[in-house]
Design a binder for this molecule. Structure first.
Ligand SMILES: [Zn+2]
Length: 273
């Protein structure tokens, strides 16, 4: 069975619609797919039985949270989408995103740029608004050549458009997931650039708050990295998850269903489902 439990569609910052994403997953031989868009479950609604075929779709999402001064992503899987408490929490998360977009636009104005907010809101459309939309607008006005350059110069950590501390605390977000019947997964633990001590502390706080699994595999990664994450996962007595973190077909190291294999010596998250 092939599980891909971390993917993005046009409902957030992915380039394929949920339908196209499911089609790509089926071609890649994925049996169980979670669409985990940033702070939204909107993409799931457009899928019908015919599109899914024999593929099992897990309702999921990737929530932005705050752990101290650090932004940490938590993937929620098997969420009950009709939970009203959960819907309220997501509405709050969307408000935080719009608030952040307003602050980023103000900061960029101070750097001499025109007000990008109207264009950014238009470009985001129904999708979750985020920094990639600012990056696209900076390219559109010829301020930078590529979206990567936009992040490097203006939107990344420590740059003029960087905005800190707007997400709900890690423990609270894990509570939303659990109260909606879901399983909380710590997404790509090595991508927060933490020291070993800090990473262990994050994993401990995550577990104390009710988190159940670590993403041991994120996209195509080295065996060395996988082994390290297996060690962290088993030491903490957590379950192991895996996914591509697919955003767009051009990122071939993160293509749907093409992530590295989850080693046999960790307990996969699907064992509890
Ligand atoms: Zn992701």
């Amino acid at each position: 069975m092939l599980f891909d439990l971390h993917t993005h569609s046009t409902a957030s910052d992915g380039s394929l619609s949920p339908t196209e994403l499911v089609q790509r997953a089926r071609l890649a031989g994925v049996d169980v797919l979670a669409i985990t868009d940033h702070d939204t479950v909107a993409g799931i609604a457009e899928l019908d039985k015919e599109t899914l075929g024999s593929l099992t779709l897990l309702p999921g999402l990737e929530l932005s949270t705050q752990w101290g001064s650090i932004g940490v992503h938590i993937v929620g899987l098997n969420i009950q989408l009709d939970s009203s408490e959960f819907k309220d929490a997501l509405a709050g998360q969307q408000r935080a995103r719009y608030q952040r977009a307003g602050i980023i636009a103000e900061k960029l104005k101070k750097k001499g740029f025109p007000d990008l907010l109207p264009a950014v809101i238009k470009a985001a459309g129904r999708a979750t608004i985020g920094r990639p939309h600012f990056a696209q607008q900076l390219v559109a006005i010829d301020a930078v050549k590529t979206t990567d350059e936009a992040f490097r110069k203006y939107l990344g950590a420590g740059k003029p458009g960087d905005v800190k501390q707007l997400w709900s605390p890690l423990a609270e977000v894990i509570g939303w997931i659990r109260n909606a019947g879901g399983t909380a997964v710590l997404a790509h633990p090595d991508k927060y650039h933490l020291t070993r001590t800090k990473l262990l502390s994050l994993i401990s706080d995550f577990k104390d708050a009710g988190g159940e699994a670590i993403e041991v595999v994120s996209g195509q990664q080295t065996t060395h990295k996988t082994r390290d994450l297996v060690t962290l996962c088993t030491q903490a007595k957590l379950l192991a998850s895996c996914g591509s973190d697919f955003h767009q077909p051009e990122q071939r190291w993160a293509d749907v269903g093409k992530h590295s294999a989850l080693p046999d010596d960790c307990t996969p998250i699907w064992d509890i489902w």
